[in-house]
Design a binder for this molecule. Structure first.
Ligand code: MN
Length: 261
């Protein structure tokens, strides 16, 4: 398609790129100004509580072992080893109401209920005292894990990627903007499976607070608007099977229900 060929461009926009055109005006501008050899990837976005607008996702950073009791249950010692980061692809994030299809290549699918942080701005070497000013919203999400692949990776000292970063591995609920809901710094975080509470903790038990996590992460990456941080899970992790119903909630951020299918 050439930029000068308005007829074919209209056909292009009314056809394969129609979803992107509806979803985001800036995508339409982009499609009109640049020729791509394949359709550009869809914008991944998250629902915003109380709004028809959506939050576009840039990257998904995750914190590992950010609650003491969970670090211990994972065989780690948080007094010696600090939390750490890993990454999921942006399209790991899906609306929690879509459910969670049991992933391939695993026989041990693990849930982890987590506080999700969405950034509206970023930078490098962010001061902890300034970190919260970069947050657009908070939400509830699940860091689903192929536990058998993770244990194999740990045994062989290999990356965790395929155990953590698989398709649709982060079902998330709507975001609650700071502007209307304030900052989620303390409050109960819980998760149940088929009505039985499995995880029940408080955000105040995070080893790296949200402010500290953003500050430390910004030494490693230039953080930007659209970046998501999953801030780690408390103790009580476990496995789920197809047919199980996971519910998770955080004070002030609602509850999500995720059907494992
Ligand atoms: Mn996690």
């Amino acid at each position: 398609m050439k930029n000068t060929d308005k007829t074919s461009r209209r056909q292009f926009l009314s056809g394969s790129a129609a979803v992107a055109t509806v979803a985001c005006a800036s995508q339409e501008v982009s499609a009109q100004s640049t020729d791509y050899v394949i359709n550009p990837p869809d914008v991944v976005s998250m629902e915003i509580h109380g709004s028809d607008e959506r939050f576009p996702v840039r990257r998904v950073f995750c914190l590992g072992r950010n609650y003491r009791a969970h670090a211990f249950e994972s065989g780690d010692n948080p007094d010696i080893n600090p939390p750490f980061f890993f990454i999921k692809p942006r399209d790991a994030i899906v609306d929690s109401r879509e459910g969670h299809p049991y992933p391939s290549v695993t026989e041990a699918l693990r849930y982890e209920g987590e506080l999700v942080v969405a950034l509206k701005s970023g930078g490098t070497d962010i001061d902890p005292s300034d970190a919260l000013s970069h947050i657009y919203a908070y939400g509830v999400g699940l860091d689903m894990t192929r536990q058998d692949l993770q244990q194999e990776a740990q045994r062989l000292s290999r990356p965790w990627a395929i155990s953590k970063s698989f398709d649709k591995s982060a079902p998330c609920g709507p975001l609650y903007p700071v502007e209307t809901s304030g900052h989620a710094v303390t409050g109960r975080i819980w998760l149940s499976v088929n009505g039985e509470v499995k995880q029940d903790s408080d955000l105040s038990f995070q080893i790296w607070s949200v402010s500290e996590g953003i500050a430390i992460l910004s030494r490693h990456y230039e953080l930007m608007a659209g970046d998501i941080i999953m801030t780690g899970t408390p103790e009580g992790i476990g496995l789920v099977e197809p047919g199980d119903v996971i519910r998770a909630g955080i004070d002030g951020l609602g509850e999500i229900e995720v059907d494992v299918t």
